[in-house]
Ligand binder design. Structure first.
Ligand SMILES: Cc1cc2nc3c(=O)[nH]c(=O)nc-3n(C[C@H](O)[C@H](O)[C@H](O)COP(=O)(O)OP(=O)(O)OC[C@H]3O[C@@H](n4cnc5c(N)ncnc54)[C@H](O)[C@@H]3O)c2cc1C
Length: 569
């Protein structure tokens, strides 16, 4: 079992300049280089993603299982372990050479692990409904709300004996309308320092995979991508065709196929077709092997795709001078401070939003401005400002009691001191020229390549913003007072901010058991679709004020699917 996942020696200080982006990762374990990432993306040049391939006629092997899981990731390994614990023979097919990267923040409500922190479910449902313009399936949210507590208790019961801890992040500003903090578990291994930094996160998936294979005798077949589902004459899914180096194999599933292939973030054709506006203004991309295979296979078997077309997008890509957005959504550099609610202006020097928003919404607001990015601007008091902002979840840069040390392994959260923030995030970008710094606002405006009119607008914008800060009320856009900070003390800083495409998050329509629905409202027997392939939650955007909600719903519905397939309560 791998217990030391720290990469401190690998990713520290100046050496990290662009390294995270160059590895095509941001908060996840390294998988391939940026070049590899771009190459791995399915450009779909030769064929439409909707076209079903011919069924192979020759197989080099036939495998029989009770449950076949497609994708050894955050959904797949939960489903596989749950099924194996209930006595099933389980085979997992994985396209890559290793399991997927673990997602650190797992959202679960009202569990026995945190008995003092309760969330009122109807209030949460109404808030979620608003974030999706009424298009999400509230039965799905309700099911997650009611069953995620059991999921995280199960995970703690399963992984606790292996040394995993489940610290609970409850810290958040006194801003009940903006955040739902009382729901997030950040598993780590060995020991946990509540004040951070911690360097032992990102372990729970590898430990889960050890439990599945070593303790429960489950099988994971790597570099074995599923190609299509086997469907009998009655329309029931009975197995999977997968490809190996030596040829095709047929894997029969007596009790169910559970598909969790992580969405279509690496499929340019699907992105252009399904999420064209939402994903276009990204300069980094994390998906590598997630080319929409699970969604495509489910559609070929008769499932329906929900309307919408949404991606999970961080406002954390810093753009170089002369940057042009491109189909591969690469060329930017990861910049965690991009999520701090500092002043943003557009390329004309105008302020255009309340900067205190969920990261996908802040990204979208900037993407809707001229040239599809925005400038983030701050002054020499940035460390005091960051302390005052007191952000939570994965945007937090300042130490806080019971705010778990997020992303410590990759981001090296010694950044939770000004010195380390400078060394780790700011100085390398100043050297690269992506972060601008000047002693006067006029000089900063010149570095931002503003013409005379834009410069005048920018200077007037800053003056007005400083006035709002002094008055303690944002009468222009309604940013909360504790998220306002003036831009008055030299030196001054600015950076272009675009999007980082993490994953796609709209998918196949299912019932609350994760069974896909056909157009006539009946389920496709024998098939379950979970993870980012599953719809119902985010047809329009990712409401990141529910910290960890996606990893939480992924695990919850994967567990539900496995139990339902086996007929256990
Ligand atoms: C950098 C990053 C950080 C994130 N952090 C968080 C977080 O902290 N909290 C949170 O709530 N959410 C987070 N998310 C979002 C989300 O929770 C994850 O995307 C989650 O991993 C989705 O689980 P999944 O099982 O659908 O996909 P994954 O975990 O990505 O697993 C999918 C697997 O399927 C495999 N696969 C693909 N096609 C095939 C095929 N044809 N055959 C076999 N295998 C296939 C892939 O190789 C992959 O291993 C993060 C996302 C990213 C990118």
């Amino acid at each position: 079992m791998e217990t030391n996942l720290s990469r401190r020696g690998f990713l520290t200080g100046a050496a990290v300049t662009g390294a995270l982006a160059a590895m095509g990762l941001a908060g996840c374990a390294p998988q391939v280089s940026a070049e590899g990432n771009a190459k791995a993306a399915d450009t779909g040049a030769a064929t439409s993603w909707r076209d079903k391939p011919e069924m192979p006629t020759e197989f080099i092997e036939t495998v029989d299982a009770d449950i076949v899981v497609v994708g050894a990731g955050n959904g797949g390994l939960v489903a596989a372990t749950t099924a194996a614990q209930n006595g099933a023979k389980v085979v997992v097919l994985e396209k890559a050479g290793a399991i997927a990267a673990a997602r650190e923040a797992i959202g679960a409500l009202n569990s026995k692990l945190a008995p003092d922190h309760k969330v009122d479910v109807p209030t949460l449902l109404n808030h979620a409904n608003m974030t999706q313009s009424g298009d999400a399936n509230m039965l799905m949210y309700k099911t997650w709300a009611e069953r995620s507590g059991e999921m995280i208790e199960w995970m703690a019961d399963t992984l606790g004996p292996k040394g995993m801890l489940f610290p609970f992040e409850w810290h958040a500003p006194d801003d009940e309308h903006a955040y739902y903090p009382a729901m997030c578990y950040n598993p780590c291994i060995g020991e946990y320092n509540p004040d951070g930094p911690n360097y032992n996160a990102y372990a729970h998936l590898s430990v889960l995979s050890d439990v599945f294979t070593q303790d429960l005798g489950g099988e994971i077949r790597f570099e074995c991508p599923a190609q299509q589902l086997i469907v009998d004459e009655a329309g029931k899914v009975t197995g999977v065709v997968a490809e190996t180096e030596g040829g095709f194999i047929q894997v029969n599933a007596a009790k169910g196929v559970i598909v969790c292939t992580g969405g279509y973030g690496a499929n340019n054709e699907m992105l252009a077709d399904l999420a064209p506006g939402n994903s276009a203004w990204c300069a980094l991309r994390d998906s590598v092997t997630e080319t929409g295979d699970g969604i495509r296979m489910a559609l070929w078997a008769g499932a329906e795709l929900e309307a919408g077309g949404a991606c999970m997008i961080w406002n954390r890509a810093i753009l170089p001078d002369g940057f042009e957005f491109n189909e591969d959504r690469m060329g930017g550099d990861i910049f965690l401070p991009g999520s701090q609610p500092f002043l943003h202006v557009n390329v004309n020097g105008e302020r255009f939003m309340n900067e205190d928003q969920c990261y996908p919404m802040s990204y979208a607001a900037g993407a809707n401005q001229p040239r599809h990015y925005s400038w983030i601007v701050w002054d020499g008091n940035y460390w005091e400002d960051i302390a005052q902002f007191d952000t939570c979840g994965c945007s937090r840069l300042y130490p806080a009691p019971s705010g778990t040390a997020f992303n410590a392994d990759v981001y090296d959260c010694e950044a939770m001191s000004k010195e380390h923030l400078d060394e780790f995030w700011l100085n390398p970008r100043l050297e690269a020229g992506t972060l601008k710094k000047a002693d006067t606002l006029e000089a900063l405006a010149d570095l931002m390549e503003f013409d005379a009119d834009q410069k005048a607008t920018f200077l007037a914008t800053v003056e007005r913003y400083n006035g709002l800060v002094a008055a303690g009320e944002d009468t222009d856009f309604g940013k909360p007072a504790y998220r306002l900070s003036d831009v008055e003390t030299a030196p001054f800083y600015a950076a272009r901010i675009g999007g980082e495409l993490l994953v796609t998050i709209h998918g196949v329509i299912t019932d609350v058991n994760s069974q896909p629905l056909k157009g006539d409202g009946t389920v496709i027997e024998g098939l379950y679709v979970c993870g980012n392939d599953q719809g119902g939650f985010y047809p329009h955007n990712y409401p990141s004020n529910f910290t960890g909600i996606n990893a939480g719903r992924v695990a919850t519905f994967a567990r539900i699917a496995a139990k339902h397939a086996l007929g256990v309560a």
